[in-house]
Write a protein that binds this ligand. Structure first.
Ligand code: F6P
Length: 324
C-alpha cells in the first residue's frame, strides 16, 4: 500500500482529531502517502480528498469535533453508492482506508471490504462506548467527564431548592454513559436500557430517598432507556404519584459530544492511529483496533458488530449500594 486514506463517519466524538493526527503522522513516519476524505462516506463518493502531511495536523490533538467533518451517509448503504466510492478511491490511487466512527460506519466498511476486497481498518469513535471488541471507544471518557461536570452543577441548584431532577444523557442503545456518570455524580437512580427498573420501583426508591433526609435527588436517564416514558413523561408521572417532589428536567443533548478530549482519549487515539496504519501496511484488513486490558488489539469488524458491550453488573451493584 502506497497511499492510505482516513475519514471520520457517523456521530462525532472527542478524540477523533487526535486519531486523525495519529494516522497522518504514522503515515509520514513510515513514508506512506496519506489522504484525508472529508464528510465521511459522502466525501468518499464525491471524491472530496485532500493530501495530508505531518504539518496538516498541527494543533488538533486538543480539539473536539472532527476537522474532516462527519456525516451519516445514506448513499453508502446502497451498492451503487459504494461502487462510486470504490471508483473514486481507485482513481486516487488509495490502497486502503482507516475509518474512525461507530457501528453504522463499520457496517459500511465491512460490506465495502467484502464487495471489493478493499483493505479497511476501523477505529471506534463514539461516545456511547457500545462497540464490542474494545473496553473503551474514543470519546467515551471525555463525554463521561462532561456529563459528570454538568450533573454536579445541576446538583448545586437541585439541592438549593430541594428538587428532583431527571437528567437525560446520550446512549441510544446502551447505558454506559448513564451508569458511569450516575455513579460518579452520586445519582439516586439510574435508568438504562439494559435493566428496566420499572415505574413502581422508581417511585419506591424516590419515596425512600425523601424519607431518608436527602435534600436533592438526581435520576440519570439514558435516552435509550426502556421504562416506557421519556424524561418529560417521567416528570409528569412523579408529580402525579408523588406530589412531595418539585420536579425539573434537564436534557444534556449534544453538549456531550463536544469539548476538548481528555488525556485518556488523546492517548488512546494516538495508540489506535498507529496500530491502524501498521495493520494496513502488514496486509491486515476488515479489522477494528480496540483496547483490552490496557493493550491495543485487533478484532474482526464483523465480530465488533455482533453485539454491544455488556453493561458492568458489578457497577450496577455498586450504584445500588451507594444510593442507600
Ligand atoms: O451514537 C452517538 C450518539 O451521540 C447517540 O448517543 C445519540 O443517540 C446519537 O448519536 C445522536 O445522533 P445525531 O447527532 O445524529 O442526532
Amino acid at each position: 500500500i502506497k497511499k492510505i486514506a482516513v475519514l471520520t463517519s457517523g456521530g462525532d466524538s472527542p478524540g477523533m482529531n487526535a486519531a486523525i493526527r495519529s494516522v497522518v503522522r504514522t503515515c509520514a513516519f513510515l513514508d506512506v502517502e496519506c489522504v484525508a476524505i472529508y464528510r465521511g462516506y459522502d466525501g468518499m463518493i464525491e471524491g472530496d480528498f485532500v493530501p495530508m502531511n505531518a504539518r496538516s495536523v498541527n494543533n488538533i490533538i486538543n480539539k473536539g469535533g472532527t476537522i474532516l467533518k462527519s456525516a451519516r451517509c445514506e448513499e453508502f448503504r446502497t451498492p451503487e453508492g459504494r461502487k462510486l466510492a470504490y471508483d473514486q478511491l481507485i482513481a486516487e490511487g488509495i490502497g486502503g482506508f482507516v475509518v474512525i466512527g461507530g457501528d453504522g460506519s463499520f457496517r459500511g466498511a465491512t460490506t465495502f471490504n467484502e464487495e471489493f476486497d478493499f483493505p479497511v481498518i476501523g477505529i471506534p469513535g463514539t461516545i456511547d462506548n457500545d462497540i464490542f471488541g474494545t473496553r473503551y471507544t474514543l470519546g467515551f471518557d471525555t463525554a463521561l467527564n462532561t456529563v459528570v461536570d454538568a450533573i454536579d452543577k445541576i446538583r448545586d441548584t437541585a439541592s438549593s431548592h430541594n428538587r428532583l431532577f431527571f437528567i437525560e444523557v446520550m446512549g441510544r442503545d446502551v447505558g454506559h454513559i448513564a451508569l458511569n456518570a450516575g455513579v460518579a455524580a452520586g445519582a439516586e437512580e439510574i435508568l438504562i436500557p439494559e435493566e428496566n427498573l420499572g415505574l413502581e420501583r422508581l417511585l419506591d426508591s424516590l419515596k425512600r430517598s425523601k424519607k431518608s433526609g436527602k435534600s436533592s435527588s438526581i435520576v440519570v436517564v439514558a435516552e435509550g432507556d426502556k421504562i416506557g416514558k421519556n424524561v418529560f413523561e417521567l416528570k409528569e408521572y412523579v408529580e402525579e404519584h408523588l406530589p412531595i417532589y418539585d420536579v425539573r428536567v434537564s436534557v444534556l443533548g449534544h453538549m456531550q459530544r463536544g469539548g476538548a478530549p481528555t488525556a485518556f482519549d488523546r492517548v488512546l487515539a494516538s495508540r489506535m492511529g498507529v496500530k491502524a496504519v501498521e495493520a494496513l501496511l502488514e496486509g491486515k484488513t476488515n479489522l477494528m483496533v480496540g483496547i483490552m486490558d490496557s493493550k491495543i488489539v485487533l478484532t474482526p469488524i464483523t465480530e465488533a458488530l455482533r453485539g454491544h458491550t455488556k453493561i458492568d453488573k458489578e457497577l450496577i451493584r455498586v450504584s445500588d449500594i451507594m444510593t442507600t
